[in-house]
Ligand binder design. Structure first.
Ligand code: FAD
Length: 285
């Protein structure tokens, strides 16, 4: 069973997110990380797409490598930015040839340096419609529990997400740190008649400076209690353990709240994800 929609239909999923490496040494790190995480039996792994479409070939290269050299099931991220409909059609044909069955259809962001022009697609919904129309892929979309920074208000954010989920099979969320953000999102979608699986994305935090940067871009709040806990660490090793502990607790809360799966942002490292899986034990089954 390769399609994520089918996997979600039969039970809770565990998945990991990677980004395409930009150097030979980063490539070796990713290879090692995938080899170390594969024995945990992830239901799928996802590979991001560079801002502005800059990493298009890198994403496809990693996905192709996973199909031929590993047993993990890849999902390719794809964004609107800078792409014509013809580009996307050609890329989807390549993915079909590789045997890829899962795509995450995203809006994407224009790069800060303005190096990429807007393409034929404005919103993820437009891209999603073209991917879904092929009938060849299980398609997911992004959800933003704390509301996307470009949404004028919460109601508009939820309406646009509900429109996407009329077509898509599932959503994966932006990271967040309080389980209430997730439960509120699920309730708001239910009120709009949407009951498709919403898989929470979990970002284990081991480095405060890095998470502040990421949160600024994504619109996620870094709560004071999390900052206090991490600032109490005397060493990097201690900070890592605190990050693992907090992410494991959030995962447990999400499972208790009925989450249909857990999607861990790995930043291409295996240690933290492996430890979280160990901590979850049979809770995840
Ligand atoms: P959209 O659904 O297009 O929404 C963007 C904004 O437009 C929202 O505010 C929405 O409310 C609004 N909107 C939507 N439709 C309409 C409409 N018809 N009229 C008016 N407003 C509308 N980025 C990358 O570059 N590469 C990646 O690989 C990547 N992976 C991601 C994975 C996950 C799980 C998540 C949560 C995000 C990821 N992102 C990635 C970031 C994402 O591309 C950005 O957050 C982007 O700004 C929004 O993407 P979206 O798919 O939600 O866009």
């Amino acid at each position: 069973m390769a399609r994520i929609a089918d996997k979600l239909a039969v039970g809770r999923t565990l998945s990991f997110e990677f980004f395409p490496p930009k150097s030979a040494s980063a490539q070796m790190t990713l290879g090692r990380t995938v080899a170390e995480l594969a024995p945990l039996g992830p239901d799928f792994v996802s590979i991001t797409y560079g801002a502005g479409g800059s990493d298009r070939h890198r994403t496809a290269d990693v996905v192709g490598w996973m199909r031929t050299e590993t047993d993990v099931e890849p999902m390719a991220h794809l964004t609107c930015v800078g792409h014509t409909r013809t580009d996307v059609a050609a890329l989807l044909v390549d993915y079909r040839r590789m045997g890829v069955e899962n795509i995450l259809a995203l809006g994407g962001d224009l790069p800060a340096d303005g190096s990429t022009q807007a393409g034929d697609y404005r919103y993820a919904l437009d891209l999603l419609a073209d991917v879904a129309a092929t009938g060849c892929f299980s398609v997911g979309v992004a959800a933003h529990p704390e509301v996307h920074p470009r949404s004028p208000d919460r109601a508009a954010d939820r309406k646009h997400l509900a429109d996407k989920l009329q077509i898509a099979d599932f959503a994966i969320t932006q990271f967040f740190f309080d389980v209430e953000h997730y439960t509120r999102l699920v309730d708001e979608l239910a009120a709009l008649g949407i009951d498709k699986p919403i898989v929470p994305g979990i970002m284990p935090v081991t480095n405060l400076a890095q998470i502040h940067r990421m949160a600024k871009m994504s619109g996620s709040e870094v709560p004071g209690w999390l900052v206090d806990r991490l600032e109490s660490a005397r060493t990097d090793a201690e900070a890592k353990q605190i990050g693992i502990e907090l992410a494991s607790a959030l995962c447990t809360d999400l499972i208790d709240a009925g989450a249909p799966g857990l999607h861990l942002y790995t930043l291409n490292r295996s240690e933290v994800a492996k430890q979280i899986r160990v901590n979850l034990g049979s809770v995840l089954v």
